[in-house]
Design a protein around this ligand. Structure first.
Ligand SMILES: NC(=O)c1ccc[n+]([C@@H]2O[C@H](COP(=O)([O-])OP(=O)(O)OC[C@H]3O[C@@H](n4cnc5c(N)ncnc54)[C@H](OP(=O)(O)O)[C@@H]3O)[C@@H](O)[C@H]2O)c1
Length: 325
């Protein structure tokens, strides 16, 4: 038997129940991973609430199809199927399960063809799992959607969040001049990650800033494109990972006629080969200390409701981790 979080309905943190269930057994091409840490991401909150509603096409219309939530994990290979070749018992691994979920548990079986990689030795399980969501999302936006180079002027809003803290570091690695937009209490954090300039959103400092940005990455979907487009350079791009109807309208009817563009992508729905490519890059960046995981709070598995309540506030700094083993 093993401990696992089980959900039977969409709703608030109270739908997350700790249960004892059957421990899985790996099939021939699978590995059994003893999970050491998982992350409470904004995606796991969306899957818990079943919002936005169109997401239920993937997660289940009236109730969650998958009973054990959690999309990111790091752990140790505990057993391998007969035909599994890439991993052996005792290997440290990190994995993204995406819509298959299952990471809020003591054990999970993963196919060797799933998004699973060896975990670099220089990071902890908490750091490895914490970087997966924000790191991969930031990387996808900053490489697939825009062309950042030395001297590019990049504004990152929500700079203290999971995507934001990774985006600052990735944009700096690409040679950009980075302005971080966050609240005053997070100014030191974002400076420490490499931001060249910091603006306080609670004091409306962006309005008084006269920089023309090549890229505005609104990682938390809180800026209005209409109100900020005058801060974009002639061919500037506004990136958002949060889909709003206004953004959809803009992409369909305004982008074709405008040099300035607004771009949205659902990075988790891309082909596995693209996601794997980014996952490998993120692994290499953490292995070489070019990308650091910002960890806010660490909870135990039986505190999962508390962890979700905290993430629900929308004010976590970097990443929230659940330590399991
Ligand atoms: N499209 C995709 O592929 C994709 C993938 C992953 C995630 N997402 C979405 O991306 C969004 C961001 O995810 P995340 O995990 O990075 O978020 P997060 O970590 O929860 O963001 C929290 C941070 O946002 C800051 N913040 C809150 N209100 C703000 C405001 N008005 N202006 C500026 N900063 C503000 C908070 O700082 P303060 O406490 O100082 O306010 C906090 O540090 C979520 O909506 C998530 O669902 C999309």
């Amino acid at each position: 038997m093993m401990k696992s979080i089980i959900v039977n309905a969409y709703g608030g943190p109270e739908v997350l129940k700790l249960k004892n269930i059957e421990k899985p057994t790996p099939k021939t091409n699978e590995v059994l991973v003893k999970i050491k840490a998982t992350a409470v991401t904004r995606a796991s909150v969306m899957m818990r609430t079943g919002t936005p509603y169109f997401g239920r096409v993937f997660t289940g219309i009236s109730k969650p199809k998958i009973k054990t939530p959690g999309t990111d994990l790091a752990g140790i290979v505990d057993a391998v199927g007969k035909e599994a070749k890439k991993f052996k018992v005792g290997d440290k691994v990190m994995a993204a399960t995406d819509l298959k979920c299952g990471a809020y548990a003591e054990y999970i079986c993963l196919s060797e063809d799933d998004m699973i990689l060896h975990q670099p030795e220089n990071v902890s399980a908490e750091e490895a799992t914490g970087i997966i969501d924000g790191g991969s999302t930031a990387l996808a936006f900053l490489t697939d959607q825009v062309n950042i180079h030395k001297g590019s002027k990049v504004l990152i809003n929500g700079a203290s969040g999971s995507i934001g803290t990774a985006a600052i570091q990735l944009a700096k690695t690409a040679g950009a001049n980075v302005t971080a937009l966050c609240s005053g209490k997070n100014a030191e954090l974002v400076k420490g990650l490499g931001a060249d300039h910091v603006l306080d959103y609670t004091k409306d400092e962006l309005a008084r800033c006269d920089t023309q940005f090549d890229v505005i990455f609104d990682t938390v979907g809180k800026l209005s494109y209409r109100k900020t487009k005058n801060k974009l350079s002639t061919q500037g791009v506004f990136l958002t990972p949060v889909l709003a109807l206004s953004a959809l309208f803009h992409m369909l009817f305004v982008n074709p006629f405008s040099k300035k563009k607004l771009k949205f992508a659902a990075t988790g729905l891309r082909k596995q080969e693209q996601r794997m490519r980014d996952f490998e890059k993120i692994k290499n960046l953490i292995a070489t200390n070019k990308l650091k995981t910002v960890i806010d709070k660490v909870y135990a598995l039986d505190q999962i409701q508390e962890a979700h309540k905290y993430v629900d506030t929308g004010h976590k700094r970097g990443n929230v981790i659940v330590k399991i083993a």
